[in-house]
Structures are given as structure tokens and as C-alpha cells.
Design a protein around this ligand. Structure first.
Ligand code: ADE
Length: 225
């Protein structure tokens, strides 16, 4: 899979793309990620990428020209062009899995008060928000989406199993996990996990998931498959 990220702050992604799982996945050529500076497509002397909004209002908007030029140069037939914005559709694990199956993704990260609506209308296929809060720009949002989708690319996670027993699989939060020692500072690991009865452990974990989800994310209980 190929991913292009268009941003005004390419250095924000340096560490993120070279460390840990994603760094290894790129080295193993499981995915190709190219970070592009939108400013490279600005054509005037000052490499301008923003301007004041028509109709007035605070802040600056990203201009059409560099974004159209960049996306039109990078796009390939069938690629998905995604704009990161707080007014996009909420990002979910289902969306991460869906995106992981694409051949080519282009992430457009906005800055200032956003981008010219004509970019969104003409050269963006999909708009994604990573949550109900506003970041200073969409670069970290693109990183979040890439990180979450990479986990669904075969070979990126060490153990395939780690995908199935985790938060949001079947719309439930994860169960509590413990490792050795069995007693630490007087706190004991639940007895059921030490007895080796796998049927009992499964039941206990499911009950824990339901209880935790009911307490922290009751909204998810209405979305059971
Ligand atoms: N850009 C700024 N805030 C954002 C958010 N919450 N999600 C996606 N992109 C953004």
C-alpha cells in the first residue's frame, strides 16, 4: 500500500514514521509512506499557501492552487483522497480496517482555519475527524489514522491474534490484563486467570468487558453486532 501525506509540517511525522511498528513495516516494505510539503507546490515568490477568507472572519485559509497541484500530481486511478478535519465523519476501527485494504491513500492535512471549500468539493473523496476537539493542524490526525490502519495490514503486527482480543472488536472495551508477578505490592491477579481453565477465563473476560463498557462507554452497548 502507498500513502502520501500532504502537510505544511513534514517534520512532525519524522519520529512517528521511523519508530516501532510503523518503522519496521516500512523497512519490510509492507507499506510505503511519503511525506510531502504542500508548500513545494506553491508557485509564487513567497511560496504562499494561505490567504484571507472572502466575506471576512478571523484567521487564514489554505489556498486552492497548491493543494490542487499537489493532489493532481500525486493521485493515481482509484486512490482515496482524504481530508483530516474536525467536521469530518468520526474515525472508527471499522474505517481503519476499510482503509487498510486500499492501494493508495492521499491524506491532506489542513492548517489555519481550514482549506478553501473548492478543494473539498472537487478533489477530496472523504473527510475524517479523529475526535470532537480541534488540533492546530491535521498532521497528527493523519498520523493517528495511518497508525490505526497499519495495524490491519498483514504482517505489521507481530501476532495476528493481538487484533482480535482488543478494544472495539465487537464494540466492547478490552478486559483487564495482567503479567507476572502474581502478587505485586499486595495486589493480586484475579484467581481465575491463574487456574488455567480457558472456558472460565473467556467467560470472566467477556463479563469484564461488558461491565467496563457499560461504565465508560454505554453508547457502545447499543451497537452490538
Ligand atoms: N484537524 C484539526 N482537528 C482535527 C480533528 N479533530 N480531526 C481531524 N483533523 C483535524
Amino acid at each position: 500500500m502507498r500513502i502520501d501525506v500532504l502537510t505544511l509540517f513534514p517534520a512532525m511525522l519524522d519520529g512517528f514514521l521511523s519508530e516501532s511498528m510503523l518503522g519496521r513495516a516500512r523497512e519490510a516494505k509492507l507499506l510505503e509512506i511519503n511525506v510531502r510539503n504542500t508548500r513545494d507546490w506553491a508557485t509564487d515568490k513567497h511560496k504562499t499557501t494561505d490567504d484571507r477568507p472572502f466575506g471576512g472572519g478571523a484567521g487564514m485559509l489554505m489556498k486552492c492552487e497548491p493543494l490542487f497541484a499537489a493532489v493532481e500530481e500525486l493521485q493515481t486511478p482509484g486512490c482515496r483522497r482524504i481530508y483530516l478535519t474536525p467536521d469530518g465523519a468520526p474515525f472508527t476501527t471499522a474505517k481503519a480496517e476499510e482503509l487498510s485494504k486500499q492501494q493508495h491513500l492521499i491524506f491532506v492535512s489542513g492548517h489555519y482555519e481550514g482549506i478553501d471549500q473548492r478543494v473539498r468539493d472537487a478533489i477530496i473523496d472523504e473527510e475524517i475527524s479523529i475526535g470532537d476537539y480541534v488540533l492546530t493542524n491535521g498532521t497528527l490526525a493523519a498520523a493517528v489514522v495511518i497508525d490505526a490502519l497499519a495495524r490491519f495490514i498483514p504482517g505489521v503486527l507481530g501476532e495476528e491474534k493481538s487484533l482480535t482480543s482488543e478494544s472495539f472488536t465487537r464494540n466492547l472495551l478490552d478486559f483487564p490484563n495482567y503479567t507476572r508477578p502474581a502478587v505485586y505490592r499486595g495486589m493480586s491477579v484475579p484467581e481465575v486467570l491463574l487456574q488455567g481453565d480457558h472456558g472460565k477465563i473467556e467467560k470472566w473476560r467477556h463479563a469484564q468487558q461488558l461491565a467496563k463498557t457499560a461504565k465508560i462507554r454505554p453508547d457502545l452497548l447499543n451497537k452490538q453486532p
